[in-house]
Design a protein around this ligand. Structure first.
Ligand code: PLP
Length: 395
């Protein structure tokens, strides 16, 4: 029995079966590569699902975490810490509102950031929310209520709240759904889990007009699309739109769990003492990790790298079996002309590449922002063989 087989059996005996059997047992990572328990190397084009912004074991991240842990590892949120305050300031700068122009509540995950935002919207005195078809906002009960996928929702109904779903990208449908009773409209500027669905030109600006006209909050869930993933700090950067709420997590600290719910302007004042809390959110080690990620993205030009390498990779993945490619930075979605994405992902793993089948006919790539052109070219060279093997297995 190999070490991978051994671990897979022990996993099945001791972990809840929420993810199905593990596809690999991974023991080590460096840069954009990971190794399995049997010593095989893979180019990681999933990056912990858009989390490992700096790749694996990046020296700057390791140093920041080690230093902070040996200085002050954790204190109660009754106290302020230097990294937590510095991170809040940096995030407000990245949102182009600056300290005082907004306020941050730190969490441990994307779902929790969305739960905080959801509670914050209740402080408007309204309860109605509008979300988009194809949305994914997490699996905790509140975040799930905003997530459209029936398979995720149905086993847990009734879900809390009063949510109307509208087709993503259709500004007229949004205008028809938002009323003076609407607390907030929540949108992903790029829908990640749905397969990298990019907001059409002008949609976010129309959403801003519609919400402003009805006194509703505009909330961008940038948990997957934010923090440099799309080659900009936020996927909505450059849209000219200032939202009231932004939620972040995933890439924020490059793999150390942290999320953020950011209220811009008056929205930042809606949660008052006693309204919300957390034991771990914004823990100094997580905050120091996030600061190191932001600094490294800036120092090493990783936003530009994401744009250049992402475009090169997407271009190289064109193929007669690929009917659509959607790319923003290093977030790439591909549609196949058959429902063989799981077989294609398995064929990729057999050839040393980790990719994600996010739907039966859809592939998603979200590699580390440090991915090099040479590594993108490795994928491109292997791609026709991966597709051929995947189609042969699936049909
Ligand atoms: N929001 C978006 C847009 C996401 O993509 C995800 C996770 O994929 C979440 C929220 C939930 O984040 P987490 O898994 O950290 O709870």
């Amino acid at each position: 029995m190999t070490m991978s087989q051994n671990l897979t059996e022990r996993y099945a005996a001791s972990l809840m079966n929420t993810f199905g059997p593990p596809k690999l047992v991974l023991t080590r990572g460096e840069g954009a590569y990971v190794w399995d328990a049997d010593g095989r190397r893979y180019l990681d084009l999933l990056g912990g699902i858009a989390v490992n912004a700096l790749g694996h074991a990046h020296p700057a991240l390791v140093a920041a975490v080690t230093e902070q842990l040996s200085t002050l590892g954790h204190v109660s949120n009754f106290f302020a810490t230097v990294p937590q305050v510095a991170l809040a300031e940096r995030l407000l700068d990245l949102l182009e509102v600056g300290p005082g122009g907004g306020k941050v509540f730190f969490t441990n995950s994307g779902s929790e950031a969305n739960e905080a935002a959801l509670k914050l919207t209740r402080r408007t005195g309204r309860t109605h929310l509008v979300a988009a078809e194809g949305s994914f906002h997490g699996r905790t009960m509140g975040a799930l209520a905003l997530t459209s996928k029936a398979a995720y929702r149905e086993p847990f109904e009734p879900l809390p709240g009063q949510v109307t779903f509208v087709p993503y990208g259709d500004a007229d449908a949004l205008a028809a759904a938002v009323t003076d009773e609407t607390a907030a409209v929540v949108l992903e500027p790029v829908q990640g889990e749905a397969g990298v669905i990019i907001a059409p030109e002008g949609y976010l600006a129309r959403a801003r007009e519609i919400t402003t006209a009805h006194g509703a909050l505009l909330w961008f869930d940038e948990v997957q699309s934010g923090m440099g993933r799309t080659g900009e700090w936020m996927a909505h950067t450059g849209s000219g739109v200032t939202p009231d709420l932004v939620t972040l997590a995933k890439g924020l600290a490059g793999g150390i769990p942290v999320g953020a719910c950011i209220g811009v302007g008056a929205a930042g004042e809606l949660l008052q003492p006693g309204n919300h809390g957390t034991t771990f959110g914004g823990n100094p080690v997580a905050a120091a990790a996030a600061l190191a990620v932001i600094e490294t993205i800036e120092k090493d030009g990783l936003l530009e790298n994401a744009r250049l390498v992402g475009a090169r990779l997407a271009e190289g993945l064109r193929h007669p079996h690929v009917t659509a490619i959607r790319q923003r930075g290093l977030l790439i979605g591909l549609d196949l002309d058959a429902e063989v994405a799981p077989q294609v992902a398995a064929a990729a793993r057999e050839r040393g590449f980790i990719i994600n089948d996010c739907a039966p006919g859809r592939i998603r790539l979200a590699p580390p922002l440090v991915l090099t052109e040479a590594q993108a070219d490795e994928v491109v060279a292997a791609w026709p063989g991966i597709l051929e093997a995947g189609y042969a297995a699936g049909q």
